[in-house]
Design a protein around this ligand. Structure first.
Ligand SMILES: Nc1ncnc2c1ncn2[C@@H]1O[C@H](COP(=O)(O)OP(=O)(O)OP(=O)(O)O)[C@@H](O)[C@H]1O
Length: 253
């Protein structure tokens, strides 16, 4: 279970998230939609602890990710507290973020070996299974620069799964791809989603993909949730004018 409790995020005097409350149940797949700048990516970055909250707290499986108790006070959590919680979470980024100086196999095995202490042979066997699953069994020894964008994103997906996360965060994972490569990556993620019990939190501007992959869609505007419901309802019969306007604008682009 992920729980945001009155989360505030500010950058200087720009308040990006305003006392945001929501939760995601284990195994649930939730897509965040909304206009550019509404704070969707910020939510994923807070969960990865790439950013710190300005107010409120975040819990993962009942453990506070953002704070620890010291006496009767709550103080910001330190790295030692955060690490085991963050290990439950994997993220795939828009720009792949592969290590350019390592081959594909090494990209996938580095974190399991270093962070989880897996023996290298075991990590490599698992990486090869994952490469097979993402359709890149023959690319293990290539460097990322020799792969297409779609192939690099498949490696990034394999790399995230190699850490055996319970929660997978997907941040606009197809928006940096050439159009002809989008469907293949989306199909892969649909298969992963439907054949696993991963909790998925996804940010996307691809409404067809959002409809297919999600149990629930959250519509954001100006750092708040303006609509929350199943994809059939949000995409076919939204309750809010802001959602209708957003969907209309997305369809036209
Ligand atoms: N590191 C940062 N420093 C300052 N402002 C930031 C930073 N990161 C994000 N912001 C601001 O926070 C706001 C929300 O950004 P965020 O990326 O979360 O929006 P988004 O809904 O994901 O947008 P998009 O759909 O364009 O990706 C924007 O106004 C952005 O300029």
């Amino acid at each position: 279970m992920i729980r945001f409790d009155k989360v505030v995020k500010r950058y200087g005097d720009n308040t990006v998230l305003r006392e945001l409350d929501f939760h995601v149940r284990p195994g649930e797949r939730v897509t965040l939609i909304g206009p550019s700048g509404s704070g969707k990516t910020t939510i994923l970055r807070l969960l990865m602890t790439l950013e710190k909250v300005s107010g409120g707290l975040i819990e993962v499986d009942g453990e506070c990710l953002t704070h620890i108790r010291r006496g009767d006070k709550r103080v910001p959590a330190d790295e030692k507290h955060i690490r085991p919680i963050r290990r439950k979470i994997g993220m795939v980024f828009q720009q792949f973020n592969l290590f350019p100086n390592m081959n594909v196999l090494r990209n996938i095995t580095e974190a399991p070996v270093r962070a989880l202490g897996r023996p290298r042979a075991e990590a490599e066997a698992k990486a090869r299974e994952l490469l097979d699953m993402v359709g890149l069994a023959d690319k293990a020894l290539e460097h990322p620069s020799r792969l297409s964008g779609g192939q690099q994103q498949r490696v990034a997906i394999a790399r995230a799964l190699a850490m055996e996360p319970e929660i997978l965060l997907l941040d606009e994972v197809t928006s940096a791809l050439d159009p002809e490569l989008v469907t293949g990556v989306q199909d892969l993620l649909r298969d992963i989603a439907s054949s696993s019990d991963l909790t998925i939190l996804c940010v996307t501007h691809e409404m067809g993909f959002a409809r297919d992959i999600s149990h629930r869609v959250l519509m954001f505007d100006q750092g708040q949730i303006v609509e929350d419901g199943p994809p059939e309802k949000i995409f076919s019969d939204p309750a809010e004018q802001r959602t209708r306007d957003f969907l209309q604008a997305v369809i036209q682009t």
